[in-house]
Design a protein around this ligand. Sequence first.
Ligand SMILES: Cc1ncc(COP(=O)(O)O)c(C=O)c1O
Length: 949
Amino acid sequence: MPFTPTDYLPYDFANRRHIGPSPKEMAQMFKVLGVSDLEALIADTVPAGIRQDEDLAFGKPMSEREMLFHLREVASKNKVLTSLIGMGYHGTVTPPAIQRNIFENPAWYTAYTPYQPEISQGRLEALLNYQTMVSDLTGLDIANASLLDEATACAEAMTMAQRVAGSKAKAFFVDENCHPQNIAVMKTRAEPLGIELIVGAPDTLDPGRVFGAIFQYPGTLGHLRDLSADMAALHEAGAIGIVAADIMALCLLKEPGAMGADIAVGSTQRFGIPLGYGGPHAAYMATKDAYKRSMPGRIVGVSIDSHGNRAYRLSLQTREQHIRREKATSNVCTAQALLAVMAGFYAVFHGPDGLRAIAQRIHRKTVRLARGLEAAGFKVEPATFFDTLTVDVGLLQEGVLRAAVKEGVNLRRVGETRVGITLDEATRPATIEAVWRAFGLLRKDEDFAPDYRLPEALLRETAYLQHDIFHMNRAETEMMRYMRRLADRDLALDRAMIPLGSCTMKLNSAAEMMPVSWPEFAGLHPFAPADQAQGYTQMIDDLSDKLCQVTGYDAFSMQPNSGAQGEYAGLLTIAAWQKARGQGQRNVCLIPVNAHGTNPASAQMVGWKVVPVKCDEKGSIDLVDFRAKAEKHAEALAACMITYPSTHGVFEETVRGVCAITHEHGGQVYIDGANMNAMVGLSRPGDLGGDVSHLNLHKTFCIPHGGGGPGMGPIGVKEHLIPHLPAHPLEQGGAGPVSAAPYGSPSLLPISWGYILMMGGPGLTQATRVAILNANYIAKRLEGAYTVLYTGPTGRVAHECILDIRPFEKSAGVTVEDVAKRLIDCGFHAPTMSWPVAGTLMVEPTESETKAELDRFCDAMLAIREEIRAVEEGRADRDNNPLKHAPHTMEDLVRDWDRPYSREQGCFPPGAFRVDKYWPPVNRVDNVWGDRNLVCTCPPMSAYAEAAE
Ligand SMILES: Cc1ncc(COP(=O)(O)O)c(C=O)c1O
């Protein structure tokens, strides 16, 4: 079915909702580019040798209404029971104010990672609240702004412990009471790194044998242990103590810091984040101040701006993968920012008294439940607990579990004879009565008085959440306005194009987003019986099938929770395949120097040696160097990792050669699919010679970026790799899992699926073409003013282009940062700065932007070029000009103006809206100050007053 651009058909999603330029606008753009039509541009841009043979055929595209109707039908096949399975996943009550004002608000969910702090103060404050909450509840000095899930946080803590421990032992101890999925993911992570994992009862720990140990608190079956003595013994031996703690339990129980723990990790899911059949949820990590530089993930810190006002920013970035590459200790890039923001707001919303009351209610309900069971003679364990009980029912196990399901409740199967029950905030008296009925008991909730069974020695003695932010007036008006105020400080996609290269900030349509909130997708526990998740199964199967067609692969694993996690999973899959064919010694990975930092970081996580490959002057892989390195390492070559089209924004014609050389020398080809937005419908990585690729569903397939996550990085593989894909985290054998939940963060999948269903094959292909059109249009309009660093043989770019700012440093003292900050005055988020080439801006407009928005951006960039020219020609001062003072705040406008340029020029440059002007809340943020004076929790209220003065 060919794609015909139409001017307006009300229900045509692809043409007139998702794709920005109208047919008329496109015709104008063709003229600027000197091409007759879109196909001519694509023929000029995408080499014939890489084009796919057949069009994508997904049937008739659906309208928004049809898609939502279809998804409703599919969703209704999921059965939402009350899950009391526990294992780190709990029922929770998302405060409606948070659901509507954050979760379902594009001002929050369409924002990017806060790399440009001046336009990100709102979400940075929200994340700082989250970090403060985690730090307070765990009793540790510093927390990061989220990790992907609890199991990967455990694995990150393990490798962090190895880095910071005094002990040089090679083994790591895992308390057998850890949740099984945590143990499974740590096993996966430990094996390629040569870490011996000792899983056992806490009393069997020999601190002298290990560099660290992890304990679950409370244990997976509800046990509570004072870990103080274990921590002391570990320290004595120079080892590191880690506690995987339930954040809700910490509201009542002694915190890990007070027991001497060095690191605490866990999930914040039960702070208002829906179960979502496994995710997305934010995991937390907190540690002692001494170890802050070794902590993975992003950390929000407090700094000052150029006027000395308080300003937030991401701190200690030199630790991160994009700087350290193969020396990186973690590949975490996209994390779970939106969910961390929600969990932080849950704490702001309830405050310490509210959280304590919620935790107490959960506990008292659990005691009632226990008393009812005990009264009937059941043996309930443990004697003291927070929210989890285990009941030995002998031969009755199957019967009780089945009866519970009949009552609408899922309980946990523990071994052959036991049943586990974990209560939560959402548990109602009727639920407790239903559980009793499953055990054959007809009792009433009020038959049993509430009571406490927390161990005396483990009662929390310290206060938490004392900062004023957690003591706001509880009126929803206040809360709503606070959320609005923070959102208004930020520039998200709901205000302006975010032309971030390699990030594909395209439309996340309202229709795609709506099903995420539906209870049939949001309410399922990841370990609920499979027959309750038939809607999910249908969606995952169909989406996988379509992604196979898009990529040319034979199967998909939905488990990875981010692009980088996909890289790691893909490399593990390759490693397992190499091992299975007797080539387990292969450990060299060829990676071109222009690769994203997560590529080399992922390779080191599977224990491989990274061999960098040069790029030529056109930015393409240097084939001679590639061949030489492949030959040199032929015996040890495990894989190569390439990005297509390259991170330089060009379709390299040599890609098939690169794949062939790798295969000739026994290696496998990993094609990073983050740039798939330039390929869908035109070219398939699987046809080019790729064996495995990840897709960033949070780029190409419309999952919003959430201010730094969530995301999904599923991997597609060729047939021979299928047996080595990540396994279910609770199943024995096969390849190890990489995430806590079997399908990663599946509640996001309706977004990508809905997008594909509404676009259809031809619509998806058209989106790719228009993404290429939009990028080439920008490159053309800026021709003469800026140099586009890399182009293909016909002078075209792919879906993004790199603008060289370096010459202006010499000619006018203007840096790439000056241009990026000046764009804020023009009402834009800066393009990707200094990546993959220092001193450049990489622009990716995507297909969703209209010609008017592209022109606004081009006008702004051209005006900036004139400001640079004024400095070059001596008409403007080198240090005292609008570029150097950018961004300008409203405060600048009203304070004494002693600048050699006008207020008008400073604050309203071309591009800026007069009425809807975006005002950054702070001036340029001082990065160095923030790292020198590190503060990563909410500053005292007095600092707020000072800042306001
Ligand atoms: C080329 C490329 N590869 C990999 C990644 C990593 O993806 P994620 O941030 O989801 O981990 C990115 C993200 O920016 C990317 O641009």
